[in-house]
Unconditional design. Structure first.
Length: 124
């Protein structure tokens, strides 16, 4: 019985540790569309695409963390073990939601700068 409790506790700690192993990507530099060249905008687009790909990897990592934490919480025999696993679950879900919001924000800002660029270059 003690071995099972230790295993559950280790699994709960592993879920928390795996969330810590997930690394959020840095936000890309988005050019100012009102002052940017076409090359600046293309470079910005590439940076946004790279950010989105890295963010997708980050989301997958977080998803694996919260799935594992949820399983650990469901299988825990003691309330403290379940509480630790649920805390890890909540932390991973919160980080996931933050990452989704960040990606939406980056995409929205880049789209705004595209419109700025197009407005500046409308008569060319």
């Amino acid at each position: 019985m003690k071995i099972l409790r230790c295993a559950v506790l280790i699994a709960a700690m592993g879920a928390a540790a795996s969330h810590a192993d997930c690394e959020a990507p840095d936000e890309p530099n988005i050019p100012d569309g009102a002052n940017a060249s076409m090359q600046d905008m293309l470079d910005g687009q590439e940076s946004v695409k790279m950010f989105q790909a890295a963010n997708m990897d980050y989301l997958r990592c977080l998803e694996a963390s919260f799935i594992e934490a949820e399983k650990t919480a469901k299988n825990a025999e003691e309330k403290t073990e379940a509480a630790k696993a649920m805390a890890a679950y909540s932390k991973a879900v919160e980080a996931y939601n933050t990452a989704v919001s960040k990606e939406e924000s980056v995409a929205g800002e880049f789209n705004t700068q595209i419109r700025e660029y197009q407005a500046k270059n409308a008569d060319q």
